[in-house]
Write a protein that binds this ligand. Structure first.
Ligand code: GRF
Length: 201
């Protein structure tokens, strides 16, 4: 079985990236993580990826200044050169332009720490607590032009417990992120493979 080639884009600690790399090691997993890219050269996840034997590089946004399209062109060149077929955003803290989103339409996933469409954007745990929610969670979705929009591939719900702090709630959600992201990537990889293997008429 040939595995789909996947890149993970990060900006920070990379715990979801790590979960994806480890899940993809299973022989029957339909994808492999071939590349990790970060817009931040000091992202802790880069070292973690290298420690796990995955090629990891920074493509810093800074030299490109306000020219987001030029930065994305540089990212896209790396992705294409590495033969990447699916891109997973995992704590990638930079809004993408329609250019990169369009290039990877149907092949780019994101994980977001809320039950979308509730709480797009930042500080999701604090906002859920402040609103007195009794349920919270995380979502894996296909990336489209709108922020934290796009078709949902997987969701997991957690309870908000009495006395929860932002940290406690975030940790409960993160454990679910690490479970559903590998499952969602497997689902997408299998779907794309079936589509590509389907006899053309
Ligand atoms: C996660 O909570 C993810 O849902 C959000 O950013 C955080 C990244 O954490 N998009 P990590 O870098 O995967 O540890």
């Amino acid at each position: 079985m040939s595995k789909m080639r996947v890149a993970v884009l990060i900006s920070g600690r990379g715990s979801n990236m790590e979960a994806l790399i480890k899940a993809a090691r299973a022989p029957d997993y339909p994808a492999e993580i071939v590349l990790v890219l970060s817009n931040k050269p000091d992202a802790a996840g880069l070292e973690i990826a290298r420690g796990l034997g995955v090629q990891a590089e920074a493509v810093p946004a800074k030299p490109f200044g306000k020219d987001r399209a030029a930065h994305e062109l540089a990212l896209d060149e790396r992705l294409r050169a590495a033969g990447v077929e699916i891109v997973c955003l995992a704590g990638y803290m930079r809004l993408l332009t329609p250019y990169l989103v369009g290039r990877w339409a149907g092949r780019m996933l994101n994980i977001h720490p809320s039950l979308l469409p509730a709480y797009p954007g930042l500080d999701t745990h604090a906002r859920a607590l402040a609103a007195g929610e009794t349920k919270h969670g995380c979502t894996v979705h296909l990336v489209t032009e709108g922020m934290d929009e796009g078709p949902v591939i997987a969701q997991a719900e957690v309870p908000v417990l009495p006395g929860d702090t932002e940290e406690a709630l975030a940790a409960r959600v993160l454990a679910q992120e690490h479970r559903i992201y590998p499952a969602a990537l497997a689902r997408l990889a299998e779907k794309i493979r079936l589509r590509e293997e389907a006899p053309r008429r």
